[in-house]
Design a protein around this ligand. Structure first.
Ligand SMILES: Cc1ncc(COP(=O)(O)O)c(C=O)c1O
Length: 366
């Protein structure tokens, strides 16, 4: 596959690799990580900044966040707050695999393509990838990696990891999730969900967080917060309570145990106590819809995947890209066709209708 995610020249503030710290007034469609922090979250962190509190989770904010995770995901759910999504994925998967076992996942999923080899290097597990058209695994696709179960010479599949919503902004329906969940249960395999954008998926499906995770048989969830307006907080959630004893130790050993945990937990309280998680995700999704509907009317642009969450993938003529990118940063995702590459546009809780309309006006002009 040809290189993807080529950033527009010049490499300026939004480029995360250059570590530039200058602020930029441009409106970015590059990533939901380019958004700031929701003010309610910052307020919650400031409110937690009172007096002294126990470290490593022995504090009232973490106790409250624990209750909230249970209320959203079910009584058995145990949450482990971590610093980032790759840490959540590696921690969750490490809890489920033995040293000779592996993880079935979609090729080009985040754990396969975007975690710097951490599942293999830090978690010591082999990823058993399956090619897909839309980043969604099916039972048939999973079966292609089960042929050598019991074979002494082959890595043994133990976990199936899916991403919801996917890296292409597509969403598994509840029926699709249920089918995978039932199959994995029957096969005694562990169901992991990379839910970096689970809120966006639940908003699209019109269901509770529990209905699209615990109730369809997911065992381990990487719950995303940062992309949905937190300052920096993700969590491993052991939904059925089967891995919690090991996860305590894995969290520490994989360097994801915060000492001043109250400030991470306070962010989850802001997100989950009311409906901020849902309102922010709904808004981000609505902005992606508005953008794709507008772009669909512009000659020369072609939307290439169903827009089910907060990402829009669009094929666009190369000659248009750089002038638009200069004003509204975004990534090129796939350059397999150099004249007509596929761009990725992402929206967030912070994207406004005016931002989308200004971007559409620029695209129309280009
Ligand atoms: C699908 C998915 N999973 C996990 C992550 C979390 O990654 P990070 O380690 O950068 O927080 C991301 C971030 O881009 C993602 O898109």
């Amino acid at each position: 596959m040809l290189p993807r995610r080529i950033w527009a020249p010049p490499l300026r503030p939004f480029d995360s690799y250059s570590m530039t710290v200058v602020s930029d007034s441009r409106i970015s469609f590059g990533s939901d990580n380019h958004a700031g922090v929701h003010s309610a979250v910052l307020d919650a962190v400031a409110r937690a900044n009172v007096g002294f509190a126990g470290a490593y989770g022995a504090d009232p904010w973490t106790a409250r966040a624990r209750e909230l995770f249970r209320s959203h995901f079910g009584e058995a759910a145990e949450f482990f707050p971590v610093f980032n999504g790759s840490g959540a994925n590696v921690g969750a998967l490490s809890a489920a695999v033995k040293r000779f076992e592996g993880v079935i996942c979609a090729a080009q999923s985040h754990i396969d393509a975007d975690e710097g080899g951490a599942p293999e290097r830090v978690g010591g597990m082999k990823l058993l990838t399956v090619p897909t058209a839309d980043q969604k695994l099916t039972v048939d696709a999973i079966k292609t990696r089960l042929a050598r179960r019991g074979d002494l010479h082959a890595v043994q599949p133990r976990v199936v990891s899916i991403t919801q919503s996917t890296e292409l902004g597509t969403v598994y329906s509840l029926a699709e999730l249920r089918e995978i969940g039932n199959f994995l249960r029957a096969e005694k395999l562990v169901f992991h969900m990379d839910g970096a954008r689970i809120a966006n998926a639940a908003a699209t499906l019109g269901c509770t967080l529990r209905e699209c995770t615990t109730d369809v048989g997911v065992d381990l969830l990487s719950f995303g917060g940062t992309k949905n307006g937190l300052l920096g907080a993700e969590a491993v959630v052991d939904l059925q309570g089967e891995f919690k004893d090991d996860l305590r130790f894995i969290q520490k050993q994989s360097l994801q145990l915060a000492s001043k945990m109250r400030f991470i937990s306070a962010q989850f309280i802001a997100l989950l106590e009311g409906d901020l998680w849902l309102a922010s995700a709904r808004h981000a999704n609505a902005m992606a819809k508005r953008l794709s509907e507008g772009a669909g009317k512009i000659r020369g642009l072609e939307i290439v995947h169903p827009v089910s969450a907060n990402a829009v993938f669009v094929r666009m003529p190369r000659f248009r890209i750089e002038t638009v990118q200069e004003k509204f940063p975004f990534y090129i995702w796939d350059e397999a066709n150099p004249e007509m590459p596929i761009a990725r546009w992402m929206t967030s809780f912070q994207t406004t209708e005016a931002d989308v309309d200004a971007f559409l006006a620029e695209l129309t002009q280009a």
